[in-house]
Design a protein around this ligand. Sequence first.
Ligand SMILES: NC(=O)c1ccc[n+]([C@@H]2O[C@H](COP(=O)([O-])OP(=O)(O)OC[C@H]3O[C@@H](n4cnc5c(N)ncnc54)[C@H](O)[C@@H]3O)[C@@H](O)[C@H]2O)c1
Ligand SMILES: [Zn+2]
Length: 360
Amino acid sequence: MSRVFAGPGAAAGGAWARGLAPGGRVMLVSERVVFKLFGRKVLGALMKYKVSVFLLPSGEKAKDWSAVSRLLSAMLSKGLGRDSGLVALGGGAVTDAAGFAASIYLRGIPWVAVPTTLLGQLDSGIGGKTAINLPEGKNLAGTFYQPTAIVCDTSFLKTLPARERVSGLAEAIKYGLTFDPGLWKYIRAHWDELLAGKQQPTAHVVRKGAAWKLKIVAKDERETKGIRDLLNFGHTFGHALEKAAGYGRLRHGEAVVWGMRCALSLSVRGAGLPVRVFNEVENFFVNIPLPSLRGIKPAEVLAAALKDKKARQGRVRFALLKDIGRPVVRVVEGSQLTALARSMLPLSCSVPLELNSYSP
Ligand SMILES: NC(=O)c1ccc[n+]([C@@H]2O[C@H](COP(=O)([O-])OP(=O)(O)OC[C@H]3O[C@@H](n4cnc5c(N)ncnc54)[C@H](O)[C@@H]3O)[C@@H](O)[C@H]2O)c1
Ligand SMILES: [Zn+2]
């Protein structure tokens, strides 16, 4: 499993790069904005290697076969061998695409993920899932390929736009609700500081969240045992919403907040979550700044949910909660989901979800 180096300044020391490339050559893969901000710091930590730099396009365009193909050719032309390494510096798009390239180049060379978004440091940079998109949909080609190290330098998050911060915090909330009541309590107590990007509480939730993700992934690396499904709390409906809204309209974590609200509502009926706990969490969620869902069609969300990789015969598998810190996977009928989607979608974020506004 990967070693994690987390906290302010984690990228500066070179310990994470030790042993990465016995042959001495490293490809640093990033994108324009991120490289300009942090490239020099990471190059400093790689001083003992002969480093080439390759910049992918920003955002989802990085996760395109043509971009990865250009990267692979650049690795060949720079003479990288099996004893070389790759360092991916950027958000989830860069680490997904560069990790994919590392996994297939000469049948796989070692790589390090240096995620620079909060989402990346809590989720996408951890766990070894690499991916590119196909014209038919997101993440349809990829590999499971663990990085040797994950470097979560929380000082990199200072330049992150507020919306990206909220998006990442959604994943921290997910770990708290699903596995760790203490973390959930901490997030609530330090919410304003976390939203403002304060270093100390941000580093705390990154360390905790990253540790939870690694712990779950270690038990079910290839998603075959059902354990990794628990990480999907808020994601089944969230992914469907992202797709129905049209990719780019909602940030991933924003859709996950809506998805967690949906899963909590389902948890009351389907997993025995106490209404008191539902109300406590819902009261917190309604104050999270989110774009509204106006105009998104319930039927499209449902269609997307039913196309989920894990959906079967009109029924969808959901990670739900029996209580905070007590997750369970349950199968939910499509009809129940339609009713819930109808009750949620006309709402803006300032309106609490009514438990009785749909009938199962
Ligand atoms: N592999 C996984 O397990 C996994 C899990 C969840 C999501 N993902 C993938 O992650 C991707 C989304 O990742 P993301 O949310 O990190 O977005 P992103 O990689 O698209 O980056 C978002 C934007 O933030 C900018 N940016 C990055 N770091 C910055 C910083 N420190 N300061 C200022 N700007 C910065 C980038 O230039 C980019 O424009 C999606 O493609 C999704 O499919 C993968
Ligand atoms: Zn996620």
